[in-house]
Design a binder for this molecule. Structure first.
Ligand code: HPA
Length: 275
C-alpha cells in the first residue's frame, strides 16, 4: 500500500488532536509490544482512539492497543502512542511513520521509541533493556521515498546521529540513578512478520547487530527528517533464532515484556523529566 501523505493531511490530524486537548506535547512516546504500561501513569490524560484521528491507520496486532494519549509525566507534556503501526501489517513505511509527522506538527521535539526485540548478542538475556546506539535498516523500505516536501525536511537527511548521543547519556544517567542495568547496542530492523532463520541471525551478528525487531526504523528515519531528537530502548524479549534450542513465539515476547514491566516503567519515568 503506498499513500502520499501531504502536509495538509498531517495538519488535519494534528488539528483534530489539538481540538481535544489544551496540552502542547514536547515529548513523543511510541511504546512497543506489551510496553504500554506507561499509559497508566500519564496525568490528566486525554485519550483519542486511532480510528477517530483523520488518516491514522488501525493497529491490528495482539498486544498493541490503538490509542493516542496526551497529558503529562512529572511535569513534562507528552503525547503517547499506545500501539504502533508495522509494515508487516501491510502499511507502507510512510504510513507507519505518519504519527511521527503528526507529533512534529503538534510541537514534539524529542521522541522516545521502545520495542520488543530478539537478542542477537549472546551476552544478552531475555528481560535485558538495551539502549539503541544505532540501527541497521534491513526492511528494504524507506519512508522518505517519493517526492520530498522541503518544508518537512531535507531530501537527503543526515543519519549519522540517528539516536541522540546526548539523550543516550540522559538515559544512562537515569538508569544509574535507578540502579537499572542497561545494555547498549545496534538494532537491526526487518520487515517481518516471520521471525528470522538462524542463518540470518548469524549474518546480522557478523554485520554488527545486537538486537533484531520489526519496527522503529521507519519512525526514526521520519523523526530525523523532521528534526526530532530520538532516544530508543529495546526490551530483549527473547534470544533470536538459533541461539537457544527452542522455537520463538509471540507469547514469549509478551511474557517477557510483562515480566520487565516495572523495571521498564521505572526507567522511562526516570528519563522523561530529564528530556
Ligand atoms: N525477531 C524479530 N522481531 C522480534 C523478535 C525477534 O526475535 N523478538 C521480538 N521482536
Amino acid at each position: 500500500m503506498t499513500t502520499t501523505l501531504t502536509q495538509g493531511m498531517i495538519q488535519e490530524a494534528a488539528d483534530f488532536i489539538s481540538s481535544k486537548t489544551s496540552v502542547s506535547p514536547k515529548v513523543g512516546l511510541i511504546l512497543g509490544s506489551g510496553l504500554g504500561v506507561l499509559a497508566d501513569h500519564i496525568e490528566n490524560a486525554v485519550s483519542i482512539a486511532y480510528q477517530e484521528i483523520p488518516y491514522f491507520p488501525l493497529s491490528t496486532v495482539e498486544g498493541h492497543a490503538g490509542e493516542l494519549l496526551i497529558g503529562s509525566v512529572h511535569g513534562t507534556s507528552v503525547v503517547l502512542m499506545k500501539g504502533r503501526f508495522h509494515m508487516y501489517e501491510g502499511y507502507g513505511p510512510e504510513l507507519t511513520a505518519f504519527p511521527v509527522r503528526v507529533m512534529k506538527a503538534l510541537g514534539v521535539e524529542k521522541l522516545l521509541v521502545t520495542n520488543a526485540a530478539g537478542g542477537i548478542n549472546t551476552s544478552y538475556n531475555p528481560g535485558d533493556l538495551m539502549l539503541i546506539a544505532d540501527h541497521i535498516n534491513m526492511t528494504g523500505r524507506n519512508p522518505l521515498t517519493g517526492p520530498n516536501d522541503n518544508e518537512l525536511g531535507a531530501r537527503f537527511p543526515d543519519m549519522s546521529e540517528a539516536y541522540s548521543r546526548k539523550l543516550r547519556e540522559v538515559a544512562k544517567q537515569a538508569a544509574e540513578e535507578k540502579g537499572i542495568p542497561l545494555q547498549e547496542g545496534i538494532y537491526v530492523g526487518l520487515l517481518g512478520p516471520s521471525y528470522e532463520t538462524p542463518a540470518e541471525i548469524r549474518m546480522f551478528r557478523t554485520l554488527g547487530a545486537d538486537a533484531v525487531g520489526m519496527s522503529t526504523v521507519s519512525e526514526v528515519i521520519v523523526a530525523r527528517h523532521a528534526g526530532i531528537e530520538v532516544l530508543g530502548i529495546s526490551c530483549i524479549s527473547n534470544m533470536a533464532a538459533g541461539i537457544l534450542d527452542q522455537p520463538l513465539s509471540h507469547e514469549e515476547v509478551i511474557e517477557t515484556t510483562d515480566r520487565v514491566r516495572e523495571k521498564f516503567l521505572n526507567l522511562v519515568l526516570g528519563i522523561i523529566p530529564k528530556l
